[in-house]
Design a protein around this ligand. Structure first.
Ligand SMILES: Cc1cc2nc3c(=O)[nH]c(=O)nc-3n(C[C@H](O)[C@H](O)[C@H](O)COP(=O)(O)O)c2cc1C
Length: 216
């Protein structure tokens, strides 16, 4: 499947077949896409909670009450639900861990190269600290990973539903995310469309090409 074919075929699944699960290798491919996503200065300010079983999905569904109740059946019936989270702080310990990983992965030919990378990354981090938009900056990185996940699921023919419609505070409490230094941002259900998935039969709707692009 070409990238264009995947983009044209993907749509937001509105009802899942609860009988069908994902193959372990499909799950691993999707997790790879999340973990290997690009992020500004390789900051990787994320953590993702993966629910493959009914018990985990039920815990997530507890945060789809009130105005979010329309998302509850998708969370319960999908084969998997991933809670995409971001860090609450982009602290020194995290920056040191990223640098140590880059060193362990063989990215630095010298101590000087390592120090340069650290300095350059911390420069961007400091810019965002001063601008007061560190959280917004981190969230952008997580959404970039979400985009890759949606495209990858489409390439594998797996249905997906990105969902911002849930109670963040309730989910953070349910999963103990605050104590771990994270907060939930967006959910992604994954699985197989059911017969009652009305969105499968609707045409895709997007603004026209000439409005979306200008060429210089
Ligand atoms: C960040 C984000 C949050 C979304 N939240 C929800 C949601 O809570 N529930 C839902 O059914 N769809 C949700 N959607 C799906 C959008 O409504 C959908 O992507 C959009 O209408 C375009 O349709 P398509 O994905 O079928 O092409 C969300 C999509 C994105 C990207």
């Amino acid at each position: 499947m070409t990238p264009s074919q995947a983009a044209r075929s993907r749509y937001t699944v509105k009802a899942y077949d609860p009988q069908r699960s994902l193959q372990p290798d499909q799950v691993e491919q999707l997790l790879d896409v999340l973990r290997l996503s690009a992020s500004s200065v390789n900051s990787q300010p994320w953590h993702h909670v993966v629910a493959l079983g009914a018990e985990g999905r039920e815990r997530i569904a507890r945060a789809t009450h009130g105005p979010y109740a329309y998302n509850a059946p998708k969370v319960r019936q999908a084969a998997a639900v991933i809670v995409l989270c971001m860090r609450r702080e982009l602290d020194d310990a995290h920056l040191a861990a990223v640098l140590a990983q880059e060193a362990a992965d063989g990215r630095f030919a010298s101590d000087e190269a390592r120090a340069n990378q650290d300095r350059s990354r911390r420069g961007y981090v400091e810019q965002h600290r001063q601008a007061g938009d560190t959280r917004e900056w981190m969230a952008r990185q997580v959404y970039l990973a979400l985009g890759g996940l949606l495209q990858a699921a489409a390439t594998l023919g797996i249905g997906a539903t990105p969902m911002e419609g849930f109670d963040v505070e309730a989910l953070d409490a349910e999963l103990g995310l605050t104590q771990q230094g994270y907060t939930s941002l967006v959910l992604c259900a994954l699985g197989w469309s059911a017969a009652e998935d009305f969105n499968a039969r609707l045409p895709k709707s997007r603004l026209p090409r000439e409005q979306v692009f200008s060429f210089i």
